[in-house]
Design a protein around this ligand. Structure first.
Ligand code: MN
Length: 196
């Protein structure tokens, strides 16, 4: 996983490499999600960093070493940076290596997607569903509440779907399952595999 480094003790806004994602995520949703929600997490984190002793660490280290408000904002910056980075309007298909890893872990790519969607749908309240690799390279799916990220469990995060309502409510209203199913169409597997 490529970490995010601070510049002069402050984190920059993660890029949004597209304006809209076809008919899967609208420009309006992205405007609020990236421009308002993520911006607030970045601003809050940057206010908390000076004097914390964590201001020159890579973002994943800040997440691992912080708690309370600092953890919530640092976690949400890392989670959203990974979320926005992994989508594309010209999605790359998964390689044979990734397919083999998913088949080894879950039986088939379809079985993986089904379990991932099911864990996203059944996560109560706000949070994230993640695909990660453990230290032996085995793939695991976890449900993480609120701002949690699998790096706190010693896992290498590969892919995440945001199930906070702000991620889908404008486009899908209460239909979280439909949003999760649609996201597969825009996953850029080249980005996901680069995190291995
Ligand atoms: Mn979000």
């Amino acid at each position: 996983m490529k970490d995010i480094m601070p510049v002069n003790g402050q984190f920059e806004m993660p890029a949004l490499p597209y304006e809209a994602l076809g008919n899967i995520i609208s420009k309006e949703t992205l405007g609020f999600h990236h421009g308002k929600h993520l911006k607030a997490y970045v601003d809050n984190l940057n206010k908390l960093l000076p004097g914390s002793g964590l201001e020159n660490l890579p973002l994943s280290e800040v997440v691992r070493k912080s708690e309370g408000g600092m953890f919530n904002n640092a976690g949400q910056v890392l989670n959203h940076a990974m979320y926005f980075e992994q989508f594309s309007n010209s999605s790359k298909a998964m390689s044979g290596k990734m397919k083999a890893l998913l088949e080894h872990g879950f039986g088939s790519v379809e079985a993986f997607k089904k379990e991932f969607e099911q864990k996203g749908t059944t996560l109560f309240g706000s949070g994230w569903v993640w695909l990660s690799a453990d230290k032996d390279g085995k793939l695991v799916i976890t449900q993480q509440k609120n701002a949690e990220n699998p790096v706190t469990m010693g896992l290498t995060p590969l892919l995440t779907f945001d199930v906070w309502e702000h991620a889908y409510y404008l486009d899908y209203q209460n239909r979280r399952a439909d949003y999760l199913t649609a996201l597969w169409q825009i996953v850029d597997w080249a980005v996901v595999e680069n995190r291995l």
